[in-house]
Design a protein around this ligand. Structure first.
Ligand SMILES: C[S@@+](CC[C@H](N)C(=O)[O-])C[C@H]1O[C@@H](n2cnc3c(N)ncnc32)[C@H](O)[C@@H]1O
Length: 421
């Protein structure tokens, strides 16, 4: 069993990092350290970055009234880090499950800290003692499980039963926190496993955890963190758009932007959360993922929709895209590269429209390699951004990685400043 297998079996704070001790710079770009931080640890999000990265940007902003925008909010690391440090935040997030997780971790938990949340601990005790009654069969997760065998025998009806109990007996913030405990227990108790993307467990993978004990553990962790850290939450988080390309206004002026967009050829954020989306009835069936995919930045080969019209060509990107036209084994690859930068250009434009000149935009991103062709994503993004009113100041290397063929790749923090446009 590897350390990353262990990470799935044990509470996040009980698990040492699965990677060698990173240098201080390297830790900033990964979620690892958040696994031991209250509230962050409720939903370990592999693609997330560290609370510390956001903290550094907030510190460097050097003003008391910071309103930070994260156009790719994910699990809400930026919003939570800002709230802990007394700042309001805004975010865009296309995936309704991730947007909800961010809202629960920041806004719901801040409210819950003013109340008696012992009902969460009592629920943990009760289900450990009495088990969970099975729920109804007419639920999107049950239908999907019948077709695809996502869960071991009997588990899906326990999940639905517990969600029904929570809906019937809980209300307000305690209800949302209890639902989060259930949602974050789904993958560990399923026949699925996250290995970059969500896939079926194979021989040698850890076996699914027992549902009741897993939810009880989550409920206790959430209860403990609300008590010890909930009152430290100050700032409010507001979702200002689903699709960042469609951002048109913010309730307050933005004076700092911190984000990490999808990586080119990275994970499929919507498909990876399909169990949670189905369980919380945020989608009715797996096919509904297609709509979420259309609203997402085109970042993966399976996202290259034939329905999308041809993107406007961007000169800076064409050199790389044309090389890929020549050598790529799959013509979706050059199209993916063109679509990715065209989508990111729209995000730079939309965000620029919300900020005054002189605003910092810190963007965490890495480069990629396809069919032997290096795609210098950070450099190309910098070119694209410069056409949209963003000047690249410094570039900081956060960590180095390797592509499948062993080529060294870098994860960097690009620091832009908005200029008069
Ligand atoms: C690298 S993750 C962000 C992780 C985040 N920094 C954290 O720590 O949780 C990128 C996010 O962008 C979201 N996304 C993709 N396309 C989007 C779009 N068009 N608008 C807004 N969010 C989008 C994905 O769903 C994913 O959650």
């Amino acid at each position: 069993m590897t350390l990353s297998d262990l990470a799935e079996l044990l509470p996040p704070d009980a698990v040492p990092s699965s990677r060698p001790r990173p240098s201080p710079g390297r830790k900033l770009g990964v979620f690892d350290d958040n696994r031991a931080r209250p509230i962050h640890r409720w939903y370990p999000f592999v693609e997330g970055y560290s609370d510390e990265l956001v903290a550094e940007c907030l510190d460097e902003a050097g003003t008391k009234d910071i309103a930070v925008l994260d156009p790719f909010g994910g699990s809400g690391t930026t919003a939570l880090a800002a709230s802990f440090r007394g700042h309001d935040s805004m975010f865009c997030e296309v995936n309704p499950y991730l947007a909800w997780v961010a809202d629960v971790k920041v806004n719901v938990t801040r409210d819950a800290a003013q109340q008696d949340v012992d009902s969460l601990r009592h629920l943990a005790e009760r289900i450990e003692r009495d088990g969970v009654a099975t729920g109804g069969s007419n639920h999107p997760l049950v239908h999907a499980d019948q077709r695809r065998g996502f869960f071991p025998q009997g588990v899906v009806r326990q999940i639905v039963g517990l969600l029904e109990l929570v809906d019937a007996e809980f209300e307000g913030s305690q209800r949302e926190l209890a639902r989060l405990a259930v949602a974050t227990s789904l993958i560990p108790t399923s026949n699925m496993i996250r290995r970059t993307d969500l896939r079926k467990r194979r021989d040698g993978d850890p076996v699914p955890l027992p549902f009741t004990q897993t939810v009880a553990r989550q409920l206790r962790m959430i209860h403990e963190d609300v008590l010890r850290a909930g009152s430290a939450l100050v700032g409010h988080a507001t979702r200002v758009a689903g699709d960042a390309r469609q951002l048109v206004s913010t309730p307050t002026p933005v004076n700092l932007v911190v984000t990490s967009p999808p990586y080119l050829n990275g994970t499929n954020y919507c498909r990876n959360t399909k169990l949670e989306l189905l369980a919380l009835s945020l989608i009715e069936e797996e096919q509904d993922l297609a709509t979420l995919r259309t609203d997402s930045i085109t970042a993966g080969i399976n996202n290259v929709s034939r329905r999308r019209s041809e993107p406007d060509l961007i000169d800076a990107v064409e050199e790389t895209a044309a090389q890929l036209d020549e050598v790529a084994y799959d013509q979706r690859i050059p199209r993916l590269v063109r679509l990715y930068f065209a989508d990111m250009r729209l995000v730079f434009r939309a965000v620029r429209a919300q900020v005054a000149p002189g605003t910092r935009f810190a963007l965490d991103i890495g480069d990629s390699r396809f069919a032997g062709v290096h795609v210098p994503t950070p450099a190309l993004l910098a070119e694209v951004a410069s056409g949209e009113g963003w000047d690249l100041g410094s570039t900081r290397v956060l960590r180095t990685r390797r592509s499948y063929d062993g080529t060294p790749l870098e994860q960097v923090l690009l620091n832009f400043t908005s200029v008069e446009s």
